[in-house]
Design a protein around this ligand. Structure first.
Ligand code: DX5
Ligand code: ZN
Length: 230
């Protein structure tokens, strides 16, 4: 049976309360902590580096799912692995030697992830899917939390799912950007099994636990096609 995972995107939380925020994610049943690294070049925003990953590592036993939105990510792979990253995901747009980069990540003992912007076709990652432990489909243009979900990315998830099935890959298929109780089921139906969420968790009016519970309920809801059958 497919396991569906929730990965709160910590960048959307209140950093003055990091310890409580991480504890709340854990107690509400989050599976991974998603860490958005931005460099002000590849994306307009600047966020955090290995130092904060090391800090999170001391605060949680959950896997740290590190999403590198930076140019020349190869330069920092060792530093993030040493800091305690469990997964390192690179953008295909930033990696001219993507085979080498994914192999390098695996050699550091991390799961190797590859991702693509909404404007990049799935064909850009097809040649390296066999080297990926995780494929991340961006459902917003990366840079900020709280942006509107791009519905045209649902079809991309379906395409990636088909390609993964074709090569019998059990890689995680993760989605990131604008994921909330309303959008999650569409991505799940298309074949995603890991859901990153910033705003939906950290800006939920009833708190972090309620945000995560709402996503879990959305995962467990029947697909719309089955609802019609009943
Ligand atoms: C976007 C980041 C996301 C973001 C998600 O650049 O990669 O992880 O924080 O936030 P929401 O869920 O609010 O779109
Ligand atoms: Zn992210």
């Amino acid at each position: 049976m497919t396991q569906y995972l929730i990965a709160p995107s910590i960048v959307a939380s209140d950093f003055l309360r990091l310890k409580e925020v991480i504890a709340a994610c854990e107690s509400a049943g989050a599976d991974w902590i998603h860490v958005d690294v931005m460099d002000g070049h590849f994306v307009p925003n600047i966020t955090m580096g290995p130092f904060l990953v090391e800090t999170f590592k001391r605060a949680t036993k959950l896997p740290l799912d590190v999403h590198l939105m930076i140019e020349q990510p190869e330069r920092y792979l060792e530093a993030f692995a040493e800091a305690g990253a469990s997964h390192l995901t690179v953008h295909v747009e930033t990696c001219p030697h993507i085979h080498r980069t994914l192999q390098h990540i695996r050699s550091l003992g991390c799961l190797a992830g590859v991702t693509l912007n909404p404007g990049t076709p799935v064909s850009a990652i097809e040649p390296v899917l066999h080297l990926a432990d995780l494929v991340l489909v961006m459902s917003v243009n990366p840079g900020f939390s709280g942006q509107a979900f791009l519905p045209e990315t649902i079809q991309k998830v379906a395409e990636v799912r088909q390609l993964l099935n074709k090569i019998k890959s059990s890689a995680y298929l993760e989605v990131d950007g604008g994921i909330a109780a309303e959008t999650l089921p569409k991505m799940k139906d298309a074949g995603a099994n890991v859901f990153v969420a910033g705003n939906a968790v950290f800006d939920h009016p009833d708190g972090i636990e309620a945000g995560i519970t709402a996503l879990r309920d959305a995962i467990n809801q029947l697909p719309s096609s089955r609802v019609r059958e009943l």
